[in-house]
Design a protein around this ligand. Structure first.
Ligand code: NAD
Ligand code: ZN
Ligand code: ZN
Length: 390
């Protein structure tokens, strides 16, 4: 089969790889009909995630048709059309029973367990996300093996095109969890740092939940303009205004700041540093610029919600200010499975239109170009969908 594979920082190509086979009785093989490139893939592409190997197949946002099932699979059958959560969860362990699927203790027991922090179980395995997250080949390919197929695959109706439901795999539930964590409600004020795919869908979800004032911060004018026109955000370009938090405070009721800040940027925020360790691993850190902004822009008693991925130390994290203001922090990898039954009806009813952020539909063969333009913000790129055999 053809698959997008890693060959070192900024080097990916579509290569021939062996077709995946059933390895456990609850595996399925999926023929991929659509897959997307995520900001999380860019961390791998930049060579920032330890345990990424030459030849690894990337991709954790994908959907398709079930073409083979292991003998223990009862939840889906051959021919079903399904979206796959990027988190691989068993559905039965301590954390899965709490619906905290991204903490599943059963799926990342091999390579990931060895690399992760000693003494506690590692987080759940993820598709296409390095040995640190289980070393499971991803779905930017013609075919992919899906473990734990009685828990993950989510059936979608034939009436909805791939691009409408594909983002149930990751960025739509991620935006939704970020907004739920931020406790956005009618009349809320919120500031969203990052106008990438996650930030944009976060703005859509915040609007749906009734947010009144949404500030959005990025240095990408075309992404900000889209968010302004589509979701009514107040755009702030941090290249022209290097202290957006000060401006936000000036422009909120009572100069209090916003009820919540959502950090949809993560550790690769412009201005990253290079020391830092996670457990025993060398990993790049962050200047903490967005977190400093988040603490500054949030009102007393407010919430900082962090869907953006972090690793290692964060520099100059103003914990004293956070204490003084009595802030709440909520963050982490998304518990995808938990939100899908609520989100599908919102897509069916047209309340959420996640496909509107897509700018590029490319053949899988063009995946390397897709990474390049998404990474460089070229061609006004917001989100790339790859279609095998298009
Ligand atoms: P993206 O790279 O397309 O978007 C990030 C945006 O942040 C870009 O538009 C960039 O210009 C902007 N940015 C950079 N530095 C900034 C700064 N200092 N202030 C404001 N904006 C800044 O990525 P994406 O797909 O939107 O993903 C965003 C983050 O969410 C990534 O860290 C990704 O790994 C993470 N993510 C987390 C989960 C989860 O489960 N928690 C799931 C999906 C993605
Ligand atoms: Zn993703
Ligand atoms: Zn589990």
């Amino acid at each position: 089969m053809r698959a997008l594979t890693y060959h070192g920082a900024h080097k990916v190509s579509v290569d021939n790889r062996p077709d995946p086979v059933i390895e456990s009785s609850d595996d399925i093989i999926l023929r991929v009909t659509a897959t997307a490139i995520c900001g999380s893939d860019l961390h791998l592409y930049h060579g920032k995630i330890p345990g990424t190997n030459h030849g690894d197949i990337f991709g954790h946002e994908f959907m398709g048709e079930v073409v083979e099932t292991g003998p223990g699979v009862h939840a889906v059958s051959k021919g079903d059309r399904v979206v796959i959560p990027f988190v691989i969860a068993c559905g039965e362990c301590f954390f899965c029973k709490l619906h905290q699927y991204s903490a599943c203790e059963q799926t990342n027991s091999g390579k990931g367990a060895a690399l992760n922090r000693k003494g506690i179980t590692p987080p759940a395995a993820l598709f296409g996300y390095s040995d640190l997250y289980g070393g499971i080949p991803g779905g930017q390919a013609e075919y992919v093996r899906v473990p734990k197929a009685n828990t993950g695959p989510f059936k979608v109706p034939d009436t909805l095109a791939d691009e409408k439901v594909l983002f149930l795999s990751d960025i739509l539930p991620t935006a939704w969890q970020a907004v739920k964590n931020a406790e956005v409600k009618p009349g809320s004020s919120v500031a969203i740092y990052g106008a990438g795919p996650v930030g944009l869908l976060t703005a859509a979800c915040a609007r749906l939940e009734g947010a009144e004032q949404i500030f959005m911060i990025d240095d990408s004018d075309y992404r900000l303009a889209f968010a302004r026109d589509r979701y009514g955000v107040i755009p702030i370009n941090f290249d022209k205004n290097d202290d957006p938090a000060a401006w936000i405070i000036e422009n909120t009721a009572g100069h209090r700041g916003v009820d919540a800040v959502i950090d949809a940027v993560g550790f690769e925020a412009k201005g990253s540093t290079t020391e830092t360790v996670l457990s025993t691993l060398k990993i790049e850190g962050s200047s903490g610029k967005v977190l400093r902004q988040a603490i500054a822009a949030t009102r007393r008693g407010g919430i900082v919600s962090v869907p953006g991925v972090y690793a290692g130390f964060i520099h100059a994290f103003m914990f004293g200010d956070a204490f003084d203001k009595g802030l709440t922090f909520k963050m982490g990898q998304t518990h995808v499975h938990a939100y899908l039954p609520d989100l599908l009806p919102l897509i069916e009813s047209g309340h959420l239109k996640p496909e509107e952020i897509v700018t590029h539909h490319l053949q899988l063969e063009e995946a390397a170009r897709g990474y390049d333009i998404f990474d460089k913000h070229a061609e006004d790129c917001r989100k790339v969908i790859l279609v095998p055999g298009m």
